[in-house]
Ligand binder design. Structure first.
Ligand code: F0G
Length: 464
């Protein structure tokens, strides 16, 4: 049974028209974009579920805060407000502002990772993996096996498997591990959370070997909500308290403020160790800007500080995750194979199960998302072999177990009728799936993060 649609804890004050297109226009747009939804123009998309990153609706309070942004080059008071707010809610005393999350990853990776280093993590995010590989590091996925199984309905699919972690440490030696990189929630596993109990276990292993734990905090508030709802003994705690607990178990965090914090741009690196902070400040001035703005305008820092305060309010986070669950359960009810449990920021369609006749080297998820756009005008993104790229050493395609399409829901942006339209479009396509008899092949394949700019053509000349 589909869950009830949550009552949004806000009302609409400004509206933005959305483009309406015909199927013929979309077919043409898709060809122009090389069957890559990343290359569609936004004005060709009716409902844009490409990402929940930077696409959120800001509140009137955030817009108002932007007017008081202090644009001083040095020592902006907006920086100090952000620093105080991060310290209060996330608990990291040293704050290095960056223009978005991957810039924080860049700086942290340059500070800590050297050739020959090994970095265990609960699955990878593409930008994180690129940064650690560019600095000579090798990534090891130590997430539990269930995370790779779309049907495994377990509450904390983002958990680390301690045995896998011990095995990596035994194989490469603790001295060659500069950090554990822990995601909360795990985007590539389907927006799945890690439990507090598991994170505490990771902390213990890290302490035993003297290895720092770094958190990818982009969606840690959503993770905290799942902990409150699912982890025994946590129901009576506030989300803010649980968020702080997550962070207290780590030594630092890279943050994309474009997710949980509702901002359109921005990020930060938060750490405890003053010498690491000093090294990071040395790099932020090279890549981003002064260490008191780091690639953001003062007004951006104000929007983030207000966004952080709003993000932990229970009515906001419960409606946000409830909206995602509403769409996911609607699709499940119609029999569409979807990753379970439904994640915090997105519904992930199991493209491998929907298009079992398309071979992996014809990219079933890329094919599915192109077809969904063509049929429904909805834009999602591939999270499968195209996103996984090629092995840095052998040059072979990575074929991750998960071959998914992600429909990410921007926060506070779409209404119930939008999500109903998305569900109807995806269900229509699911019922038409037998008409898709061939997948896609590369026409242009960029060497780095290929999914953004790759171009494809249908192996059969047309998709549908
Ligand atoms: N970490 C995670 C878990 C992310 O999902 C992202 C971005 C980043 C880091 C990088 O942050 O974009 O501010 O540089 N994810 C977006 C997405 C792009 O669509 O999932 P950024």
């Amino acid at each position: 049974m589909a869950r009830e649609y949550p009552v949004e804890p806000y009302r609409i004050k400004a509206v933005e028209p959305i483009p309406v297109t015909t199927r013929a226009q979309r077919t043409q747009a898709l060809g122009r974009a090389g069957y890559n939804t990343c290359l569609l123009r936004a004005d060709e998309v009716t409902i844009d579920l490409f990402t929940d990153s930077g696409t959120n609706a800001m509140s009137d309070r955030q817009w108002a805060a932007m007017m008081v942004g202090d644009e001083a080059y040095c020592g902006s008071s907006s920086f100090y407000r952000l620093e105080d707010t991060v310290a209060r809610y996330y608990g990291y005393p040293e704050l290095i502002p960056t223009h978005q999350g991957r810039a924080a990853e860049n700086i942290l990776a340059q500070c800590l990772i050297r050739p020959g280093h090994h970095i265990p993590g609960n699955m990878y995010f593409p930008s994180t993996r690129v940064h650690l590989e560019r600095n000579g590091g090798i990534f090891h996925d130590v997430i539990i096996d269930e995370a790779h199984q779309p049907d495994a309905d377990v509450p904390f699919k983002g958990n680390v498997d301690p045995d896998k972690l011990h095995k990596v440490i035994a194989e490469v030696g603790a001295d060659n591990i500069p950090l554990f990189w822990i995601h909360a929630t795990v985007n590539m596993a389907g927006g799945q959370p890690i439990s507090l109990g598991n994170l505490a276990e990771v902390r213990e292993i890290a302490d035993h070997h003297g290895i720092p734990v770094i958190l990818d905090a982009a969606r840690a508030v959503e993770n905290a909500w799942f902990i409150k709802c699912r982890e025994p003994g946590q129901a009576d705690r506030t989300v803010a308290d649980i968020l702080r607990n997550i962070c207290d178990l780590t030594d630092g965090a890279t943050m994309s403020a474009k997710k949980d914090s509702f901002a359109n741009i921005g990020g930060w690196l938060g750490v405890r160790d003053p010498s690491l902070a000093e090294a990071a400040r040395g790099l932020v001035v090279v890549y981003e800007g002064m260490h008191t703005y780091g690639g953001m305008a003062g007004r951006d820092m104000e929007a983030i500080a207000t966004g952080i305060e709003e993000s932990v309010r229970e009515e906001n986070i419960s409606a946000r995750v409830g909206q995602v669950e509403y769409l996911g359960e609607k699709l499940l009810d119609a029999g569409v194979p979807v990753v379970r449990p439904i994640g915090g920021h997105a519904v992930f369609l199991d493209a491998g199960a929907i298009l079992p006749n398309i071979p992996r080297d014809q990219f079933p998820a890329q094919t599915l998302i192109a077809a969904i756009y063509q049929v429904a005008g909805v834009r999602g993104v591939e999270r499968g072999a195209v996103s996984a790229g090629r092995d840095a050493v052998t040059g072979e395609n990575h074929y991750p177990e998960l071959e998914l399409v992600r429909l990410a829901i921007p926060r506070r942006t779409y209404t119930q009728s939008h999500l109903d339209a998305v569900a109807a479009g995806v269900i229509d396509l699911y019922n038409e799936r037998h008409h898709i008899t061939g997948g896609l092949r590369f026409v242009h394949e960029p060497p780095t993060m290929r999914f953004f700019q790759a171009r494809f053509e249908p192996v059969n000349g047309a998709l549908l």
